[in-house]
Write a protein that binds this ligand. Structure first.
Ligand code: COA
Length: 379
């Protein structure tokens, strides 16, 4: 086969895999997760149902769901060595995504070298919330709270952060978020996981690499700054002046624009509905109402300053609002994203393993030719 020597910068437009896990249509603003439009699935499914759906391509019956819940619940406790690492990292005040990456790789300690992708996937999905919650507590001078086997993944995560069993509305809010961001085509971290597993490496290595990719600000994103913007605006009368000044300075409005979506990101709608419900239940919609007004003003100004660029609200804007409403601090936004996306990563690894061919693209050499060796003393 002759080699196509055109370099596709950022691999844009290159199709590198076939998947049944999710489909992203950026022109129509559609996201399908294992056959379900995201709007159909996210607000209805428990997170465990979504995990089962991604791993098995069908919704579980009651017995299958019970079995999955039990398998996850019994794997939630961290090995001693992982807890020791978290303590050492807390003393260093390490970044929470760095800690998730380091701690995830320790999960291969108890495996004693056996390579069992199914078991490892269960352990990873079960332990991510424990790692994130335990580290956050240690980092703030508190003892970690042991996981509870009688709670769902989402309820147990909220419980391990605060020590209080969350109400149904909060669990529903978090599950809607986790379901919404569980998979999103061949994004950078998912591709990373597929590349690693394609070498017939193990699941824990693949997921550790994916965490490294997600950590980058161009991927895991920073919903924090989107929320800071709403706080800085403070009241809707200030929105236009504040946003206009930002755009006049050539700054970007966080939470708007997307490489793929040229219409409103469908995940923003799902999360906006979930956030509204949560803030209404809590009886204070001031922040939610302000965010909606900021959003409308931002879209109008983006059209004025960047006509034709089709800059619309993206997933980060309402992620920030929803997670903040669940009392999650900004530093936990990206690790919470990972608690969901690890399911997509592992599901992609299963797909890759089922039809594996090592992922090995080509590069074009652009260096020097015919160099001659000079001894170090002569350089
Ligand atoms: N605010 C203001 N202007 C923006 C913008 C934003 N949020 N997003 C894009 N633009 C402008 C760019 O300045 C550029 O203008 P120009 O053509 O006059 O130079 C134009 O729109 C196209 O931007 P580009 O950087 O080519 O788009 P991209 O597809 O590479 O970038 C993002 C996509 C998400 C990186 C970009 O929209 C962004 O930085 N958004 C803000 C950060 C954010 O919310 N990230 C989370 C994404 S889920």
């Amino acid at each position: 086969m002759s080699l196509d020597t055109t370099v596709k910068s950022g691999l844009e437009g290159v199709v590198a895999a076939q998947t049944r896990l999710s489909s992203v249509d950026g022109q129509a603003g559609e996201l399908i997760i294992a056959g379900f439009p995201v709007e159909e699935l996210a607000g209805r499914a428990t997170f465990e149902e979504t995990i089962y759906l991604l791993w098995h391509d069908t919704l579980p019956n009651a017995a299958q769901l019970g079995e999955l819940r039990q398998s996850l619940a019994e794997r939630r406790t961290l090995p001693e060595a992982t807890l020791a690492l978290l303590r050492a990292a807390a003393a260093q005040e390490s970044d929470s995504m760095d800690v998730l990456r380091m701690a995830a790789s320790t999960l291969s300690l108890p495996t004693k070298g056996r390579n069992d992708p199914q078991q490892d996937a269960l352990t990873l999905v079960a332990c991510f919330p424990t790692i994130v919650a335990a580290y956050w507590r240690m980092r703030h001078g508190h003892e970690p709270i042991a996981p509870r086997a009688d709670l769902s993944q989402a309820a147990n995560f909220l419980y391990m952060l605060s020590g209080e069993e969350p109400g149904d509305e909060r669990v529903r809010g978090l599950e809607t978020y986790l379901n919404t961001v569980v998979d999103h085509g061949l994004n950078a971290s998912t591709f990373t996981a597929r590349v690693i597993i394609s070498t017939q490496s193990d699941m824990i290595s693949a997921i550790t690499g994916a965490i490294g990719a997600l950590k980058g600000p161009l991927h895991g994103g920073a919903p924090g700054p989107a929320l800071d913007m709403v706080f800085e605006i403070g009241e809707s009368a200030q929105a236009e002046a504040y946003l206009r000044a930002k755009l006049e300075r050539g700054e970007r409005l966080m939470g708007f624009g997307h490489r793929v979506y040229k219409v409103r990101d469908p995940r923003a709608d799902v999360l906006s509905v979930a956030a509204e419900r949560l803030y209404r239940t809590d009886g204070d919609t001031k922040l939610y109402d302000l965010a909606r007004q900021v959003e409308q003003q931002a879209i109008a100004l983006l059209e004025e300053y960047k006509p034709g660029r089709k800059l619309q609200t993206n997933v980060e804007f309402y992620t920030a609002l929803l997670l903040y409403g669940l009392d999650l601090p900004t530093e936990l936004f990206t690790p919470t994203f990972a608690i969901s996306r690890v399911v997509g990563w592992t599901a992609h690894c299963f797909e890759q393993l089922a039809l594996n061919r090592i992922i090995r693209p080509q590069s074009i050499y652009s260096g020097e030719h015919n160099r001659r060796w000079t001894e170090v003393a002569e350089r």
